[in-house]
Ligand binder design. Sequence first.
Ligand SMILES: [Zn+2]
Length: 341
Amino acid sequence: MSTLQEQIVAQTLLWQQELTAVNNHQQLEELRIKFLGKKGSIQGLFEQLGSCSLEEKRMCGPLLNALKNECEKGTKEKKIHLAASTSEHHATFDVTAYTPGQLEGSLHPYTHFITEVQNIFLSMGFELLDGPEVETDYHNFTALNIPADHPARDMYDTFWLNSPGMLMRTHTSTVQMRAMKEKKLPLAGICTGRVFRHEAVDASHDHTFFQCEGILIDKNVTLANLFGVIEEFLRALFGSDTLTIRTRPGFFPFVEPGVEIDMQCPFCTTGCSTCKKTRWIEVFPGGMIHPNVLKEAGIDPTVYSGFAFGFGLTRLAMLRYGIKDIRMLSNGKVQFLKRFT
Ligand SMILES: [Zn+2]
């Protein structure tokens, strides 16, 4: 029997000859199996190579690999050639052929933004909290110091469900009570998620949008901690070391005292359309968790204190991306979404 090297050379010549003679896809496939199949000639040569001396392996290994590559490349090129030739043009469809102009997929801008917000809070030691979107009246209102007859319930245009006492959560504050009852203190966590309001949809309102809720409970927590966390968060989000906040008193039934936090406009120095020429943008309601809410969760308000804040992720995403119409974030228009690839 001839040496392995001779066999490789012979197979190479044979391949070239037979490939030239191929006229259709069936012949090409038969030829491919003959050379490249599991029981094909190239596999046979590789098996022989296994029992060769080291010196022969060094010499024949690269030759054999080159033959295999030539067969693979030749098969591919012949396939394209056959598909392009007029005789078979209509009969074949090459699924591996290159098609120009394919659209590239990407994450939704909401996903980008929420991940960024979560990462900033995670870097500050907060953990991620979660809760259901279909909620009970208890977690959405009563547990947050908003009993059935409380006028603050009118602030929320609620989607009530047919099952009594069930609703679509109107804010992510619903996770507060769940977290306080389930987790150990000290506790620092945020929840990002969808919330629902029975609102007419226009450029600045949607029935479904995203919020972020944050809580931190420990001994000796004060409003100063809240302001520090919010300022750090906004600086990281807008990439500014000097961005500041200002605070005003605000009323929310589940905090006492309650505050409204404004951030300095990150887009201008003298006033612009985003800040309505005021240099400040209203963003964060928050405050110290009401003692009634702590008591409801079984936490002693004389020992522990905590702050809570909640903000519209959707609104902040619109500010960040310069989006003027809230509907752009949910209508799935490809032209818009392409900006985020
Ligand atoms: Zn501005």
